[in-house]
Design a protein. Structure first.
Length: 234
């Protein structure tokens, strides 16, 4: 099977205008009244696939971006890692809300999710990432998530986690504490939570106008509840 390379691009301007909306299978963008949705038009990603989403929110604009369903990273024939890279920029006074559904890393798969966001002074960000090891009754593969956020040309966050469903260290108390789901929420700019703490949740202020919420849970439903409560996400 040949690895896929695909890119989707979206540009938002004030007044709910989207002057640029381009996508390639399996990344398909669809606009609704409430948000723009990223639709997976094929299975995967499969090992070796390289998928990229580029987002530009211009000054004073707002963009709400969702996905319609969880994505399942599947193993390729040669054991290569699949990758989904999201690169975003938000202008002054702009707002980006990106709340995708979870990424499930199937048994034998290796997958990287890589976020890179540049925020101008006065911009706001709400970003959620959820990683689940394995489908039902699966151990799960290797998942990596990398988060890089700059605010006003200054580094705000550099965060990376790597977990392996077959590795006792990943599942041990220092990382997942026996859980199968890990998630983060990044809030930057003016929209910051009060800081709700709960078992399995850490709310960490950043050295700038931002908060990192990190949580572990037994499954995706429990994880979503924790992140929603801690991050005050609607």
């Amino acid at each position: 099977m040949t690895a896929l390379s695909a890119r989707a691009v979206i540009v938002a301007e004030p007044g709910d205008r989207l002057p640029v909306v381009r996508s390639q299978v399996p990344l398909v963008l669809r606009r609704t009244a409430e948000a723009v949705y990223l639709v997976g038009a094929a299975g995967g990603p499969v090992g070796g696939d390289r998928l990229e989403l580029r987002i530009e929110v211009r000054a004073g604009a707002a963009l709400r971006l969702r996905t319609v369903a969880a994505s399942v990273a599947l193993p390729g024939l040669d054991g290569a890692e699949s990758a989904f890279r999201v690169t975003a920029s938000v202008g002054a006074g702009g707002t980006l809300e990106y709340l995708p559904e979870p990424t499930v890393v199937a048994d034998g798969a290796r997958h990287l999710t890589d976020f890179s966001v540049r925020l101008a002074d006065g911009a706001s960000l709400v970003l959620r990432d959820e990683l689940v090891l394995g489908r039902h009754n699966e151990r799960g593969g290797v998942g990596r998530t990398r988060l890089r956020v700059d605010y006003g040309c200054r580094p705000l966050l550099r965060h990376e986690i790597a977990v392996d469903g077959t590795d006792e260290i990943s599942l041990g108390p220092a990382i997942l504490a026996g859980c199968r789901a890990h998630g983060t929420v990044v809030l930057a700019g003016s929209r910051l939570p009060a800081g709700h703490q709960a078992p399995g949740v850490a709310v960490m202020p950043l050295a700038g106008p931002g908060v990192l919420v990190s949580a572990v849970a037994a499954d995706s439903l429990a994880l979503r509840r924790l992140l929603t409560l801690a991050g005050h996400i609607t």
